[in-house]
Each structure stands twice: as C-alpha cells, then as structure tokens.
Design a binder for this molecule. Structure first.
Ligand SMILES: Cc1cc2nc3c(=O)[nH]c(=O)nc-3n(C[C@H](O)[C@H](O)[C@H](O)COP(=O)(O)OP(=O)(O)OC[C@H]3O[C@@H](n4cnc5c(N)ncnc54)[C@H](O)[C@@H]3O)c2cc1C
Length: 465
C-alpha cells in the first residue's frame, strides 16, 4: 500500500515534494512537546490549494490519516502523528498575497511565519498582534489552529480576535471560503470561528484574511520585583481595576530569572523571587504621564524594587530573553532525561492573587521542580514542570499536579488551557473542564461537528478527544 500511496502523492505534487527517506522523516516525528510521534508514511509538501484538495480527497477515499503541520512548535503533541499516516506540511504556502491598509487586512498563506508577516507589515507602520513567544517558527495556519495568544494578548486578545476569513480544504477535497474582508457580517453560524482552535481536526487552512492594526507610537517599561507571589498578581489586578491595559504584562519566577542570567547574561536583584515586566504604550506626548500613572499604582504593592525604562536596547534585550524563556528553562534541566512539560492555565485577572498563592502551595505539596511564568496581563500562567518522562511514578505525580492546576483554574472561573491547546496532552483536562461546568454535552457537540466535517476521522486522529 505504501508504494501506491507514495506514487499517488508524487503524481499530485511532484517527486521532490514527497519525502520518504528515514532521515527526512525524523524531524516530523517530534514537535516542541515531549511526545514521540509515529514515523510518517511520507511527508508531502503541496504547493497550491488544488494540490491540497487532491491529497485530501485521496487520503479520505483511502482512509489514510493526515496531520497538518505548520511550524511544528506545538507544545501538546498536536503536530505529530499518533499512528500510521502522512504529514501534510504547509511549508510551501509561504506567500503574503494582499495588503489593504485602508481596509485594515492582510491576506497570507497558511505557512507564512508570524515574524515574517510582521516584518512585512511593520514597513507600513502596521502589525498583526498575535505574538506567541514562538513567532519565529509559528505559522499563520498553526497559530489559528491553536488560537495562539502570546505576549501582546494582554492588550489585543488572542488570535480569534484577528481572523476575518479563511480558505479551507475539507476532508473530501471541497474548497470553501469563510468570512471575508469586512469587519462585520451576520450570516448565521460563524464558520470562521469554528476552525479557530480546531487543532487541525476539521480541515486544512490554506489562506487567511487577517485584521491588522497600527503599531503603537511609543512604549515604555516598568520592571518590578517581589518576594510574594500574590503581590505580583495583585499589581496586575490593581492596574486593570484602575482602567490601565498594558501592552504586555509578563511574569516570571526565580528559576526563570536565573535561567535568563545563565543564557543571556542579564542580571536581576539577588533577593527577587518574582519579576513583573509591564509595557505601557501610548502616543509620544502622553507616554510619560501614562507610565507614571501605572508606576504609582504598582509602587503601592509590596515590592522590593521598581524601575521605569524607555531605553529601546534594554527593552529589546529583555523582550528577546522573555521570548526565549522556554529554551533557557531547558538549560536548567538536571539531566538530558529530563523534559519540560508545560501547564497552561488562565484565570480572570481579579483572581490572580489567590490563584498564584494556591499554585505555589500545590508545587510545594507535590515537591516538583516547577518554573512559573506567563502572560499574566490576561491571567495566563504557565508552569514548566521539570519531568523525567521515563520514570512512571514521577510522571504520575506530574500528571496529578497538572490536573490539580487545572482545577485551581476552574475554581477561579478560568480555563485548563489558555493558548497551547489540547493535543495529546490535555485530553483529560478538557473533559474535566466540561464536567466542572456541568456541560459534558459540549464534548458531544464537538464530536458531532467533527463527525460531519471528518466522518472517517482522518484529520489529526487521537488529538483533542
Ligand atoms: C518556545 C515556545 C514558545 C511558545 N510560546 C507560545 C506563546 O507565547 N503563546 C502561544 O499561544 N503559544 C506558544 N507556543 C505554542 C505554539 O508555538 C503555538 O501554538 C503556535 O501557534 C503553533 O504554530 P505552528 O505553526 O508551529 O503550528 P504546529 O505546531 O505546526 O501545529 C499546531 C496545530 O495546528 C494544526 N495546523 C497547523 N497548520 C495548519 C493548517 N494550515 N491547517 C489546519 N491545521 C493546521 C496542526 O495539525 C496542529 O494541530 C510556544 C511554543 C514554543 C515551542
């Protein structure tokens, strides 16, 4: 069967766009999670929507599972195979097709990297706000499929706020367009929204119409250090309570600061347990006043050091270090057998002080090494757990801790997954969230939608459910 599959795929996309040598397949058996994927029958790289359509029809007719792959930066095992199948790489969908500053949209193919998109838009004084720390490798299609958030979600929200329309190839090969170039429409069920966060389980996104906005004129930064985790949370709650929405509000603990010092050489006060990094954006004329307003609120929290900077080099260096924090954490592992497993919860910002305190207590209760950080401006807390995935007992403890963290989020009216999605990792947590809300029917509805769009369950089998 494999030979026939390969030949058929070669007929569709051309010989050189079907990879099947072992050494070419190995990179596609991993994403950024700790999961090991199955070896694909082939990796196929279509170059246009008609080729995607033919591949999907062929795979659907022959019941061949397909995993769509963007940048492969999933942290939940969402972009690798969980069994036999092919990987459909969007790497050749790398073109920015259209820009209208007047109508505030850009049209990009699904494989365009977010940093490439923003370098292009910045030349016109605009940007596309979803800004996952992985933006150097994350693609338009991948970030739509995980409803990515990132650093600037504190001000601009997650990807779902920025997608106007999509071109999608369905499993039977049908090509559909959803949404469009206008900001408003009222035409029944929102099919664009349905594909956002669907983790490659419903269709292949080939193109997206994305909203853009003007770059902030100016911004400055407040760095503030704490001994108490709840005080750090209180600073964000207080800021928002007074009507201030930061451009960025990031949080990190001592393990994270140390890791940045080790990798990037940036220094932090010795006695600091937690750092908040808060960017305030404004016009040139009013930046000083807005920074001072924020400073006045934050300085009233019980901190051990606070400073303001508008030095671009200093701000850029710290921003890059924050974006590279996951890699810096890898440097803190005690052995190569250790992996970093990421919990990704979110709570309303008013609940941050209590939630953070409970999380800290949970870490002590489970006696795990955990680095806490996250996009705290929108209530998102990441817990990077240093885990020995070959030690069954240890992994049971890690999983129990993840479940408890999810429960803390739910008890504070938040969610078990903020921006990384479910993949293979958080399937039990997804069930837990619906159970907690006495809404287990949600899962049935989701499965029914999956069944309509992918009756043979060929797209990203074994993920989400
Ligand atoms: C260091 C690091 C930092 C990160 N920081 C953040 C962060 O700050 N915020 C955040 O939200 N996430 C973050 N992530 C997670 C991840 O990068 C994001 O989820 C990202 O949006 C995934 O994009 P990708 O192109 O790599 O997608 P992939 O990993 O390739 O795929 C993700 C999912 O989308 C599906 N998919 C991909 N392309 C398509 C398509 N065209 N059509 C249909 N399905 C598709 C895949 O099948 C898979 O289910 C981080 C990851 C890393 C490694």
């Amino acid at each position: 069967m494999d030979v026939d599959v390969l030949n058929k795929l070669r007929d569709i996309v051309g010989e050189k766009h079907v990879l099947n040598k072992k050494e070419d397949l190995i990179p596609y058996m991993k994403d950024a999670s700790f999961f090991e994927g199955a070896e694909p029958i082939a990796v196929v790289l279509p170059g246009n929507v008609d080729e995607v359509s033919k591949i999907m029809k062929f795979c659907n007719d022959n019941l061949i599972p397909v995993v769509v792959r963007g940048g492969g930066s999933s942290l939940t095992g969402s972009s690798i195979l969980k069994g036999e199948g092919i990987i459909l790489s969007m790497a050749r969908f790398d073109k920015i097709l259209d820009l209208s500053v007047e109508d505030r949209y850009v049209i990009a193919e699904a494989g365009v990297k977010l940093d490439v998109l923003n370098s292009y838009l910045n030349k016109y004084g605009f940007f596309y706000p979803p800004d996952p720390a992985s933006s150097i490798s994350a693609t338009v299609g991948g970030s739509i499929n995980t409803n990515a958030g990132g650093l600037k979600a504190a001000m601009y929200g997650a990807t779902k706020e920025w997608v106007l329309g999509l071109e999608v190839v369905l499993t039977d090969g049908t090509i559909i367009q959803t949404g469009g170039k206008v900001l408003k429409r009222s035409i029944g069920y929102d099919l664009t929204a349905l594909f956002i966060g669907s983790e490659g389980t419903l269709g292949v996104i080939t193109k997206a119409i994305l909203k853009i906005t003007a770059l902030p004129e100016k911004y400055g930064r407040i760095m503030v250090y704490y001994k108490s985790i709840s005080e750090a949370g209180r600073a964000i709650a207080n800021l928002k309570n007074k009507g201030i929405t930061p451009l960025i509000a990031e949080f990190m603990d001592k393990i994270s600061m140390d890791s940045i010092t080790h990798v990037h050489g940036l220094k932090f006060p010795e006695n600091a347990e937690y750092l908040l990094l808060i960017d305030i954006s404004s016009t040139e004329e009013s930046l000083d006043r807005k920074l001072k307003d924020a400073y006045d609120i934050i300085s009233k929290t019980d901190n051990i050091g606070i400073k303001i900077t508008t030095d671009k080099n200093e701000m850029d260096a710290m921003y890059q270090a924050r974006k590279g924090l996951y890699s810096s954490h890898l440097n803190e592992r005690s052995s190569p057998n250790e992996y970093v497993v990421i919990a990704d919860i979110v709570v309303p910002t008013s609940k941050l002080p209590d939630s953070l305190k409970e999380i800290k207590n949970k870490i002590e209760e489970y006696n795990l090494k955990v680095a806490l950080f996250g996009h705290i401006g929108d209530g998102n807390i990441h817990a990077n757990i240093f885990a020995n995935i070959n030690d069954k007992n240890h992994m049971e403890r890690v999983n129990a801790f993840m479940m408890d963290l999810g429960r803390i989020a739910l008890e504070h009216e938040g969610s078990v997954s903020s921006e990384h999605g479910i993949g293979m990792e958080k399937i039990d947590l997804l069930k837990e969230e619906f159970k907690f809300k006495k809404s287990e029917r949600n899962l049935d509805i989701m499965k029914s939608i999956k069944n309509i769009l992918d009756p043979n369950n060929i797209l990203n089998r074994g993920k989400l459910f």
